[in-house]
Design a protein around this ligand. Structure first.
Ligand code: ASN
Ligand code: ZN
Ligand code: CA
Length: 332
């Protein structure tokens, strides 16, 4: 039967109406992205193992923007995989999570009212729960980019998921998840320095994490201290998330895409940002060149300085901004 690459329509829950790369197979369409390594999106239909079934239907329009339609979360997940692939390709020239041109796959509707999403290196796949009351799937763009970035970290630095290296691992996912969101430049899903602002995980409309001032979540560290590695990795990540915000945007108050930020430094020093694009290049180069499985915050300072030196030179504004941003979060 006829097989071909098509452009379908996704009516997502979080990112509005988007183009989805699909595959026509005879008289039906599947959520298979033949333009990005063959990424497929599967329906676990509340199961917790295996791949479930590949999303397949007679029309090339997926979901209706509501969680009650099983294809809606699939549209968000497929869009997240596309946007993450495009971000790594366009920003860093990286072709897929392992830079081998091959896609991962995604599974939606994991379990019942499961309030998490996760990357699993052993299946090389992405999995999304449906959230509270099965009504707020964890398929927002920053979450998708966060989770798939765990695959990139595993394939590169391999940062161990505990202690300070674990915080750096988590922050890497927040940093690149945020990069995905800004790069997608979707009018119904503008970029911000918040994580999980769409999935209402706290039930009161607040985001899961804040990069300008991580302690706003009630648990994350704004700056380094000797015990920071004892915190959960989603809290020790605050130091590097804050570093990334300061390096990108600088200290103090600022409004970006309608969101207000106010980023203090630990010692009252002033940091002048170099912009997110350069900050992303520095983090990626450090991750893929200088970070190892045991890199801690002191090592992250050294590694990002080496990366800044490689990219911009040791007497550059960018190099000095990396120093200033780490100093601003207490990593000296
Ligand atoms: N969603 C979580 C994360 O990616 C899952 C986990 O705790 N690893 O951080
Ligand atoms: Zn994570
Ligand atoms: Ca966000």
């Amino acid at each position: 039967a006829y097989q071909g690459i098509e452009t379908g329509v996704g009516n997502t829950q979080y990112s509005g109406k988007v183009d989805l790369s699909t595959t026509q197979s005879g008289s039906s369409y599947t959520l298979t992205d033949g333009t990005r390594g063959g990424h497929k999106t599967y329906n676990l239909d509340h199961g917790t193992s295996g791949t479930g079934t590949l999303f397949s239907q007679s029309e090339d329009t997926w979901g209706d923007g509501k969680a009650s339609n099983a294809a809606t979360a699939a549209a968000d997940a497929a869009y997240g995989a596309q946007a993450t692939w495009d971000f790594y390709k366009n920003t860093f020239g990286r072709s897929g999570i392992k830079n081998d041109g091959k896609a991962a796959y995604s599974r939606v509707h994991y379990g019942n009212a499961y309030v998490n999403a996760f990357w699993d290196d052993s299946c090389f796949c992405m999995t999304y729960g449906d959230g509270t009351d099965d009504s707020a799937p964890l398929t927002s763009l920053d979450v998708a980019g966060h989770e798939m970035s765990h695959g990139v970290t595993a394939d590169t630095a391999g940062l161990e998921y505990s202690g300070e290296s674990g915080g750096l691992n988590e922050a890497t996912s927040d940093i690149f998840g945020t990069g995905v969101e800004f790069a997608a430049n979707n009018s119904s899903d503008v970029g911000d320095y918040l994580i999980g602002e769409k999935i209402d995980i706290n039930g009161d409309g607040t985001p899961l994490r804040y990069m300008d001032k991580p302690s706003k979540d009630g648990g994350s560290a704004d700056s380094w201290s000797s015990g920071v590695g004892d915190k959960d990795v989603h809290y020790s990540s605050g130091v590097a998330n804050h570093f990334f915000y300061l390096l990108s945007e600088g200290s103090g108050a600022k409004t970006i895409n309608g969101v207000n930020y106010d980023s203090p430094t630990q010692d009252g020093s002033t940091v002048t940002g170099i912009g997110r694009d350069k900050a992303l290049q520095i983090w990626y180069k450090a991750l893929t060149t200088y970070f190892t499985s045991t890199t801690d915050y002191a090592g992250a300072r050294t590694g990002t300085l080496k990366a800044a030196s490689d990219l911009y030179g040791e007497s550059s504004t960018e190099y000095k901004a990396v120093e200033a941003a780490w100093t601003g979060v207490g990593v000296k």
